[in-house]
Design a protein around this ligand. Sequence first.
Ligand code: PEP
Length: 259
Amino acid sequence: MNRKYRKTIIAGNFKMNMLPGELKAYAESMKALVNRPRWCETVICAPFVDLPAAIKYLNKEARISIGAQNLSEHEKGAYTGEVSGQMLRDMGGVKYVIIGHSERRQYFGETDLTVNEKVKAALACGLQPIICVGESARQREMDLTAPLINYQVRAALAGVDEKQIKSVVIAYEPIWAIGTGNTATAEQANEVNRYIRSIIRDIYGARTARATTILYGGSMNDANAFELLAQPDIDGGLIGGASLVPEKFAKIIFAANQE
Ligand code: PEP
């Protein structure tokens, strides 16, 4: 992390877990464990139907920022089952939205082109995208990590201007590390995060690159968070499984309290 130049974010991704009725107790636990940390912004990305309760209990009472896990690339219209950026904005409390999570790419056919459309749709209505990129185990074995990340980042950001990039957060999430318990080593994760920063530098310049928050995600937990977050180019975490357990998530938030 480098708090002098950029914000540290510890973001939980609940995925398809946690009932709306469970959020009050979760918020109370989080509040008791870690109340309004000054060293990072805490975010929970919740399922759509959880968002009203998340805004009420997590945001208003526990001061945790709220994110969605997806949005439609379309503004409005005949897209049954979809949720638009304006709808999320209109809820009055949704700040972030995860875009291009590998599970959406793998199970719901999202491509780099739809990711780009969604990034632009989010930015157009004032939501901050958390853009996920990352390689599979096979792609890493084939030494394709760098070209793939280069393509994913550039494709996601096509048409995003100098002003809009300030609202963008990027998360490096190697697919082989998500939900598997196989965390990238701190060095592996930092190397790719540093590479992502160099791509941002190439597109938007050094100042923007220095100010961009780049997270790591993939089996981050209370045992490995301190070492991962100690790396200079890892500005926080996107955390799945461990974010569901307040005691574990709080420990990760405390691990971000380092110079
Ligand atoms: C994720 O879903 O973005 C993630 C990193 O999951 P986990 O922490 O469970 O690997």
